[in-house]
Design a protein around this ligand. Structure first.
Ligand SMILES: [Ca+2]
Ligand SMILES: [Ca+2]
Ligand SMILES: [Ca+2]
Ligand SMILES: [Ca+2]
Length: 332
């Protein structure tokens, strides 16, 4: 008689197990990257030169005898709630306008930089909770661990939305003394109309901190740009020559999924009165190839081949990525 009950209990337990099995994004190898809860996470080895300006907005102090984990969020308010460093130089309000925008082949994002500090002998550290809040007001206080809200606000990003997720980091991949280790990229749409941005994070549930602070920062992005034009190729040479005119208001886009169509999430722009377009703040490096295409092509034949995937170096401007079109002038 008790057997059905037991079976029911076992089923219920199985379901609970399914729900709490954690997803770990492993960033312990150089260049590793992945997506969790809509955010993009990339292992990042800071270079001593060319890193740009780095501004800390949240420093979480080292693990102490009282705390096995390291928790905190940025605010200008004092006192602080967790293990945040109280210096206003390291823990402060962050306005959304100070969070750099970066365009990837798959869309527009805002970028945050995480620098972790561990012993070289025990380099692994888990990032177990990460939430981002956006508010009109600076100086918010009162994170509620029971509801996951800050000052009553729901997060615009939650690492643990849809499951108990975490990111595993490896301090030893970051050579030198620069700030580095991980880039966190949040879809631009999450920031919405802007305001003050609060980043809450918790480290060390599965791989504990052992050697000091963890620090969130913004950096001046090392990005690239692509520019060109859509033009009437009067002599069908495949090159925009002096005197050849541009097509205004044409839609040029980055074909992130390379299907030849402008899809809803893809980044696009319009040509100006002289047919010129530009994409700026593009992420650089071997991981990001851009397929530039024109969606509303002028009539007639295209005299230029569609450009191959474009990969950019930091600070590079790839210009003269032009699209020529020709049609016979109407008879008069
Ligand atoms: Ca580091
Ligand atoms: Ca988690
Ligand atoms: Ca020409
Ligand atoms: Ca597409």
């Amino acid at each position: 008689m008790s057997e059905p009950l037991n079976r029911q209990t076992a089923l219920a337990l199985n379901r609970l197990d399914d729900r709490v099995v954690p997803t770990v994004l492993d960033l312990t190898t150089a260049g590793a990257h992945g997506e969790l809860a809509g955010g993009l996470f990339t292992q990042y080895d800071a270079q001593p030169t060319g890193t740009g300006q780095i501004d800390s907005f949240l420093r979480i102090q080292g693990r102490s005898a009282q705390t096995a984990t390291q928790t905190g969020f940025n605010t200008s308010a004092r006192p602080l709630q967790y293990q945040e460093n109280k210096s206003p130089q390291f823990t402060r309000d962050l306005h959304s306008s100070a969070v750099p925008a970066v365009t990837l082949p798959t869309g527009r994002f805002r970028e945050f930089l995480l620098d972790v500090n561990q012993k070289a002998s025990q380099p692994l550290l888990s990032l177990d909770e990460l939430k981002v809040f956006v508010a009109d007001a600076p100086g918010l206080t009162g994170y509620d661990p029971a509801t996951g809200k800050l000052a009553g606000l729901a997060p615009v990003f939650d690492l643990d939305a849809g499951g108990n997720n975490s990111v595993l980091l490896n301090y030893r991949l970051n050579h030198g003394s620069g700030s580095g280790d991980m880039l966190f990229r949040l879809p631009e749409a999450a920031i919405g109309g802007g305001g003050y941005v609060y980043v809450y994070s918790k480290f060390g549930e599965t791989h504990a901190g052992n050697a000091g602070f963890q620090e969130w920062a913004t950096r001046t992005s090392q990005t690239g740009a692509i520019a060109g034009s859509v033009f009437f190729d009067a002599d069908r040479s495949g090159v925009r020559d002096a005197g050849e005119v541009g097509f205004a208001d044409r839609t040029v886009y980055l074909d992130g999924n390379n299907n030849g169509f402008l899809d809803a999430d893809e980044v696009f722009t319009y040509t100006d009165a002289d047919g010129y377009y530009a994409f700026e703040q593009l992420a650089v490096g071997d991981d990001y190839g851009y397929s530039v295409r024109v969606s509303d092509k002028p009539a007639g034949e295209q005299t230029t081949a569609d450009p191959p995937l474009i990969f950019l170096a930091p600070g590079e401007l790839r210009d003269r990525v032009d699209f020529g079109f020709y049609y016979a002038p109407p008879e008069s």
